[in-house]
Design a protein. Sequence first.
Length: 319
Amino acid sequence: MKLPHLALALALAIPVLGTGCIEPAPLGDQAAEVIGGDLTPEGEFPTVGALMYQVGPGQTSAGCTGTLIAPDVVLTAAHCLDPQIIGVAQPSAFSLAHDTNATPTPQVTIARTVSHPQFDLGGAGGGLAQINDIGLVFLAEPITAVAPTKLPTPDQATALAIDTDLAIVGYGQIEETNQLVGVKYDALTSIRELNASELRVSMGGADPQNCHGDSGGPALTALGGEPRVVGVVSRSFQSNACDNGGIDTRVDAYLDWIHANVPVGIPCGSGLAEACPDAPDDGGCCSTGAAPAGSSIGLGLLATVALRRRRRRRDATSS
C-alpha cells in the first residue's frame, strides 16, 4: 500500500534540528514502496478518499488521503494543505472513488481548508513530538451516500495503548518502480509508541506501515463497537525511508479544535458530540440520515483486513 507521491508538490527539506537529529520526512513527498498493503476491495473503508490536486488545466491527481467525518468535512493532515509544503498545487476536490485513475472520477469540489494554527513541521525532530499536523477540508456539497466515520470520544481514547490494532488506509504508489497512484490500499498494523498528541504506527520491517504519499490517511481501531479514526498520517519515524514505522497525529488530542471548526454535521456519539439517543452503553451508533454507520465499516471489516493479511502470508509461504 503506498499513497500518491505528488512529485510536483509534497516535497519539503526539513531543517535538521540540532546535531544528530534525523530529518523526518512527511509521508507524502517521495516515491517509495509501502510495505504490507493489500488492494482494498470495492466497498470497504467507504469514507476514506483521496484529496485531488490541480496539476494542470482540467487535470487532477491524487495527492493525499482523508476521512469523511461529517457529510461535508474531511479530516486530513495540515501539511497536505500548507502552501509552503505543497507549493502551487492545491487540493481542489475530494474523491471516494476506489480507483481515482478511472475516467470520469466522481469528485466533490473543495470549498475551503483549515489547518491547525500551530502546525509546525520544523519542530518535529525524529520521534514523537507535538507539531499539530491536522487539518480539515470543507466540501462544497455534502456526501450522503455513506455515513461519516466517527471520532473517538475522550473516554474511548483512554483505551489506546501499545499493541492496539490499527487498520491503515490510503491511496498511492504500490511499488517504487511503478508510478501509478490513486488506488485505495489498506493494511493491518498496531500502535508501537504513543504520547499525548501522537502515535508511532508500526515498526517497519515485516510490520506493515504507511509510506510517502499516505499523508492525511486514517488509522482506524474498534472503539464503542465500531471503527473510529484515531490517527492521521503525519511523517516517518526517525528515518527518511519507510523502514521504521510512521507517526500519526492523535485525533483525540484535537477534539476541541475539530468541533470548534465543525459545529454542525459531526454524527451523534462522535468525538464530543452528544451521545445517540438510542445508543447502547458501549457507544453504538445511531442513524445519521445516510447509509447505516457500520454497515460496511463495522468490526467485521477490521477482521476481514486481518484475514486477508493472513491469507496473503500463507500463500507466500506455500508458493
